[in-house]
Design a protein around this ligand. Structure first.
Ligand SMILES: Nc1ncnc2c1ncn2[C@@H]1O[C@H](COP(=O)(O)OP(=O)(O)OP(=O)(O)O)[C@@H](O)[C@H]1O
Ligand SMILES: [Mg+2]
Length: 351
C-alpha cells in the first residue's frame, strides 16, 4: 500500500513525455497535475535516450507550464536493457532468497550481472508443492544512471525506477482489480514498442515486447503518400475537420494493423502453447495507438475475445484548477504508464 507522499510519474516514451501527479483526497484519487510534450523523431531508440537535451527541455517545459512544484519522481524503463523472467524456486525465506537471488540472476540473465541492477518480487508461494514463483527483474545500471542524470539535469530527483509493463498492471489493479481467476492481457501499443503482459490468476505470467507499434504505420504513410512525418501522423489520426485523408492511407493503416495484430497473436499463441492455459478471457489495450480503431478490430478478429481500450481515468478525479479534464480524458489510454508510476510513493514498504 502507498505510504508517504505520491511521486510524480514520468513516462519518457519514444514519441512523447507524459507526466501525472496524483493526490488522495476524501478517499478518492485525483489527478492534481499533468503534462504532455511531443519529442522529435529519433530522440529515443529502443528505450535508450539518444538526444538528452530534447527530453530535458520537454521536462522543464512540462514542470513550468503545469505549475508542478513536486520534484521527486518515479520513472519507467523498458527496451532491451530490461529483462524480466519468471522463475520457480524451492520454498525459502526472504533472507535465503536475498542471498540466492544473485546466483539465480547469473543463470537466467544473458549479461554480466555486475552491470545489472537486480530486483525480484514473490508472485506466489505454493507450500503444497514446496515451491514459489518469483519474478526476476534486471535492468542495466548504465541505462538507469543515464536516466537519473537526465532527470537531475531537468532539476528532478529520481526516487523510484519501475518497469513499464508492471506500472500498467498497477494502475489496472488499482482501478479495476485483477481477476483472481482466468486470464487477461494488458497490451500497450505506443509509438515504437508494443508491450504485452499476460495475467493469469491475478499474477503476471508472461511479458513480451514487440518492437513494432504506431511509428511504423506513420512511416509507411510517409513513404506511400510522399508526405512529411507530421502530415502522415495527422492522416493516421483521422486528419482535421478540413483535411481530406487520401484513400491509400486507409489501406496502409489496415495493412499495418493486420501485421501488428498478427505479431501480437503469435505471442498469445506461444503463451497458450507453453503454459497449458486453455484460453484468454479479455484483452485491454492502452498506449496512444489504442485509439487506432482498425488495430483493436484486427486484434479482436484474430484473438476472438473482447478487446477494450483501457480507460485508467474512469474512477479518478481531476483538479480543475490545474488540469484540463477534457484534454486529459482524450488521452487517457496514453497515460497508463505515467499513472501507474504516479501511484508510487517515496516511502514504500516492500511486500
Ligand atoms: N488518435 C490517435 N489515433 C491513432 N494513433 C494515435 C492517436 N493518438 C496517438 N496515436 C499514436 O500513438 C503513438 C504514441 O503513443 P504513446 O504515447 O503511448 O507512445 P510512446 O510512449 O511515446 O512510445 P513507446 O511506448 O513506444 O516508447 C504514436 O504512434 C501516435 O501516432
Ligand atoms: Mg510508451
Amino acid at each position: 500500500m502507498a505510504e508517504g507522499k505520491y511521486l510524480v510519474g514520468v513516462d519518457i516514451g519514444a514519441s512523447s513525455v507524459k507526466v501525472v501527479q496524483l493526490k488522495e483526497s476524501r478517499k478518492k484519487l485525483t489527478v492534481i497535475r499533468s503534462g504532455y510534450a511531443d519529442l522529435p523523431p529519433q530522440t529515443i531508440i529502443d528505450g535508450h535516450v539518444m538526444a538528452t537535451s530534447h527530453v530535458v527541455e520537454a521536462l522543464l517545459k512540462i514542470w513550468h507550464d503545469g505549475k508542478i512544484s513536486q520534484k521527486d519522481v518515479a520513472i519507467g524503463v523498458y527496451g532491451q536493457s530490461v529483462i524480466v523472467r519468471k522463475l520457480t524456486l524451492p520454498m525459502m525465506t526472504k533472507e535465503e532468497l536475498d542471498e540466492q537471488i544473485g546466483w539465480e540472476a547469473e543463470q537466467h540473465i544473458p549479461f554480466d550481472i555486475k552491470v545489472m541492477s537486480i530486483d525480484y518480487e514473490v508472485l506466489k508461494r505454493r507450500p503444497e508443492a514446496s515451491q514459489m514463483d518469483i519474478l526476476l527483474v534486471a535492468a542495466k545500471k548504465d541505462e538507469i544512471n543515464d536516466y537519473a542524470a537526465l532527470l537531475r539535469e531537468a532539476k528532478l530527483r529520481p526516487i523510484v525506477v519501475d518497469i513499464n509493463a508492471f506500472t500498467i498492471q498497477n494502475i489496472f489493479e488499482n482501478q479495476f482489480g485483477l481477476p483472481e481467476e482466468g486470464t487477461i492481457v494488458l497490451l500497450n501499443v505506443g509509438a515504437a514498442v508494443t508491450s504485452l503482459n499476460i495475467i493469469a490468476g491475478g499474477v503476471s505470467a508472461f511479458t513480451r515486447e514487440i518492437t513494432n507499434a504506431g511509428t511504423s504505420i506513420t512511416e509507411e504513410i510517409q513513404k506511400q503518400c510522399n508526405v512529411p512525418h507530421e502530415q502522415a501522423e495527422a492522416y493516421k489520426c483521422g486528419g482535421g475537420p478540413t483535411q481530406i485523408v487520401p484513400q491509400e492511407v486507409h489501406q496502409v493503416i489496415q495493412a499495418g494493423c493486420d501485421g501488428l495484430a498478427g505479431e501480437i497473436q503469435r505471442s498469445l499463441d506461444f503463451y497458450l502453447a507453453t503454459s497449458g492455459e486453455q484460453e484468454i478471457g479479455r484483452i485491454f489495450v492502452s498506449g496512444g495507438s489504442a485509439y487506432l480503431a482498425p488495430l483493436c478490430k484486427a486484434i479482436e478478429k484474430r484473438a476472438r475475445v473482447p478487446v477494450t481500450v483501457m480507460d485508467p481515468l474512469t474512477n479518478l478525479g481531476c483538479d480543475p484548477k490545474y488540469v484540463n479534464e477534457q484534454q486529459l480524458r482524450s488521452k487517457a489510454a496514453q497515460l497508463v504508464v505515467a499513472l501507474g508510476l504516479a501511484l508510487r510513493c517515496d516511502k514504500e514498504r516492500r511486500a
